[in-house]
Design a protein around this ligand. Sequence first.
Ligand SMILES: NC(=O)c1ccc[n+]([C@@H]2O[C@H](COP(=O)([O-])OP(=O)(O)OC[C@H]3O[C@@H](n4cnc5c(N)ncnc54)[C@H](OP(=O)(O)O)[C@@H]3O)[C@@H](O)[C@H]2O)c1
Length: 223
Amino acid sequence: MTFNDNTVSVVIGGTSGIGAAVASALSQRPGRVEIASRATGLDIADAASVAAYFRKLGPIDHLIVTAGSAAPGGAVADVDLDAAKAAFDVKFWGSLVLAREAAKIMRLGGTITLTSGFLARRTVPGTFVKTAMNAALEATAKVLAKELAPLRVNVVSPGLTQTEAYAGMAGEARDAMFDRAASTLPARRLGRPEDIASGYLFAIDNPFVTGSVVDIDGGALIN
Ligand SMILES: NC(=O)c1ccc[n+]([C@@H]2O[C@H](COP(=O)([O-])OP(=O)(O)OC[C@H]3O[C@@H](n4cnc5c(N)ncnc54)[C@H](OP(=O)(O)O)[C@@H]3O)[C@@H](O)[C@H]2O)c1
């Protein structure tokens, strides 16, 4: 669907990182871009708040979800289960509730683009919460793409991307992780939010793309 002055795009997680880059790219187009996150008063782990948010918004055309980058690390044997469940409540269940509520008010030609991550399909000890959450999201998005057709549902799967998500890490450890990734990835660089944002635009713009997972990861999955 082409963008016009009535097009409404909603970016949940649009206050930071990849979501902010998607919102910025969409704001160059005709129409309106709504961004939301806890900073604007929406916690996607709260299903009632999500339903109220969409009721107030009225008809929309595109939903992009990038919210929920946090997940506890640790081996399966000793991970903090409460923290793991809380991460699922935000990213997995939150994304599904958003998709479900958005679909109720989405105009014909609309799209839903969710976000997973390269760990969905790369086996790295100590990261199973991200693996499980993102793999579940990719699988469920494919089911949604059939159930919600002709609305289109896709997933963008980023690799390591320099965003505010790593602001809480100690500077030295973060820089070492970034340097290691940049020197070993086939693309020999880290992702920038704009690199990943272009994947959401591709999923929105190409009318033949649905049920897809778009990997933008510098080659992490072939490394
Ligand atoms: N950056 C990477 O290396 C990387 C790699 C693989 C996958 N990903 C995935 O890409 C997506 C975006 O990551 P990012 O790096 O852009 O993260 P980010 O900079 O931390 O942004 C995350 C966004 O989610 C919002 N958010 C978090 N919890 C929320 C909640 N409960 N309700 C509503 N909004 C919430 C945050 O805003 P508030 O704090 O205001 O709520 C923020 O706008 C995530 O799904 C992440 O798992 C990222």
